[in-house]
Design a protein around this ligand. Structure first.
Ligand code: PEP
Ligand code: MG
Length: 542
């Protein structure tokens, strides 16, 4: 048995078979090739076969899951046809006189390193794809069998180097018991997605790829991975898991109950969602509404801007499913770690301090208008509010409100129905927004504190950087004061204030939030009942 420690992302226990999705591959022999043209032909043949494999995977995945999940296999086919890749392989074969498999390995590594050095997070994430496509071609050339990330038949414990947000959204939840990555950080969007899957998840764990196929235990609470456990340990964890399952079942008894403290203070508990498919989870867990709909996930993993109709349908479906409960849709928060190629965003020295969210929307109002039209149209079908991310100045919200009024005017002219009284709010995610929260409160209907970004900006610690974990303490007094100041400003002007960052689900903080008088906590669906439980056990008189 081996026991390894990482950092917890989501609690719970899983026992099952390990599936390693690893970029590390066995050695490829470097040989001198007597006939370069024969190697070229071997490469071209293997590349064609690789594309056929990818096409088959594409079809299988789009049939068993959906087109969205299958997209990655389409992207890989395109990457195989990329001229830079072909040139690099041919160069190895012709000028160095080496065998095709070694030339592919070399080309894949070199190009992937170029990508890995890029400032742009999206491009960096493509480094893994390059290694992946070259390995597929090498496997064909050497006759080795390759593993596929998805889809698997049996649910597995997934071990991976790292997963990008777009890979994570493609994972089939029903096929993953837990996941463990070597890299990543707790507030990255990948970790947020992992939490929304509600399965045990650990990051920063230096696993051994040899564990593939072995039985393992994931202890999400302790951040532990135990591979090849002995009988005694297995029995212990089976018992722990049963107790944990029972405790979770007990939580289900809290469905339908109020979020009220022992001394009668109540608070709303909403859910954070990334798309239509999360609404079911929100409802199952009895969320009182949607406190954050991360609309940018509609833009991730597509090849072009989602049009007004596509967005409208998504927002309308969510609003209808929530049946009158509040749904707060955040306008596009693209940029930083959430990269989308068709936006053609420039590479940046400091993406987190860069061109993202409303900064893009204010420069490219056509994107904002399309989204606001879709949101406003959907508002005729439920209880929708809109919220703007990454606000730092009063003029920004004033300009956003102007565009909002213009869009309303257009819809009225076109006799299209919408909710005349739809509320507008801002996210408080920058230190500037905290410091001008009194002014902002006079401009909007509500605030929602995004503690993930607020932590990174208040503490000047990149949320994507795992090395900064101990410097990004979300309980830091500076952050707690920022939250208090924001709540006071909102209430001074009679506005409501929620928290939708990951801290909202931290039950060590529940009492503090209740004491401040926070109106709403919005958490990943699987944490709604846990937070309700914490609220119901709190006594503010104590
Ligand atoms: C936040 O910053 O706390 C937040 C909720 O937004 P996101 O995590 O999507 O940046
Ligand atoms: Mg944020």
């Amino acid at each position: 048995m081996t026991k390894l420690q990482g950092t917890r992302v989501f609690g719970g226990y899983a026992i099952g078979t390990v599936s390693v999705f690893d970029n590390k591959k066995e050695d490829v022999e470097r040989r001198h090739a007597a006939d370069p043209s024969q190697e070229e032909a071997r490469f071209r043949n293997a590349r064609e076969r690789a594309k056929e494999e990818l096409q088959a995977l594409y079809e299988k995945t789009s049939a068993s899951m959906d087109d969205e999940s299958a997209k990655i296999f389409e992207v890989h086919q395109m990457m195989l046809d990329d001229l830079d890749f072909e040139d690099a392989v041919m160069e190895g074969i012709r000028t160095e006189g080496i065998n095709a498999e070694y030339a592919v390995l070399q080309a894949g590594k070199n190009l992937s390193e170029v990508f890995a050095q890029m400032d742009d997070e999206y491009m960096r994430a493509r480094a893994a794809d390059l290694l992946d496509i070259s390995d597929r071609v090498i496997a064909i050339l050497t006759g080795r069998k390759r593993k596929e990330l998805a889809p698997t038949d049996e649910p597995v414990i997934l071990l991976a180097e790292d997963l990008s947000p777009s890979e994570t959204v493609q994972l089939d939840r029903s096929k993953i018991l837990a996941f463990v990555t070597r890299f990543g950080s707790v507030n990255s969007h990948t970790a947020i997605l992992a939490r929304s899957m509600g399965i045990p998840a650990i990051i920063g764990l230096d696993y051994d790829a040899e564990a593939d196929g072995q039985t393992a235990i994931v202890d999400g609470y302790g951040g532990l991975l135990l591979t090849d456990p002995d009988e005694e340990t297995l029995a212990q964890y089976k018992e722990k898991k049963e107790k944990d399952d029972a405790a979770r079942a007990l939580l289900l008894e809290l469905k339908g109950k109020e979020n009220i403290t022992l001394d009668g203070r109540s608070i709303e508990i909403f859910a954070n969602i990334g798309g239509v498919s999360d609404v079911e989870d929100a409802l199952q867990n009895d969320a009182g509404g949607v406190g954050l709909f991360r609309s940018e996930f509609l833009y991730l993993g597509t090849e072009d801007y989602p049009d007004e109709e596509t967005q409208f349908q998504a927002y309308k479906t969510v609003a209808e499913k929530m049946a009158g409960k509040k749904v707060i849709i955040r306008t596009l928060d693209i940029g930083a770690d959430k990269r989308v190629s068709y936006f053609d965003l420039p590479a940046e020295e400091n993406p987190a301090l860069g061109y993202r969210a409303i900064r893009i929307c204010l420069d490219r109002p056509e994107i904002l208008r399309t989204q606001l039209r879709a949101i406003l149209r959907a508002s005729a079908f439920g209880n929708i509010a809109v919220m703007y991310p990454m606000i730092a100045s009063v003029w920004e919200i004033q300009r956003l409100k102007e565009v909002f009024e213009e869009v309303k005017g257009d819809l009225a002219d076109e006799h299209i129905a919408f909710d005349e009284n739809m509320e507008q709010g801002v996210m408080i995610e920058t230190p500037a927004a905290v410091l001008i929260s009194e002014e902002l409160a006079q401009e909007v209907d509500f605030f929602s504190i995004g503690t993930n970004d607020l932590t990174q900006y208040v503490l000047a610690a990149d949320r994507q950087n795992p090395r900064l974990a101990r410097f990004s303490d979300a309980h830091h007094p500076a952050l707690l004061r920022a939250i208090r100041m924001t709540v006071e400003s909102a209430h001074r002007y009679g506005k409501t204030v929620g928290i939708c960052g990951e801290l909202a689900a931290d039950t060590l903080m529940t009492e503090f939030f209740l004491t401040l008088g926070v109106d709403e906590l919005s958490v990943t669906p699987s944490m709604v009942l846990t937070v309700r439980d914490a609220v119901r056990k709190t006594d503010l008189r104590a």
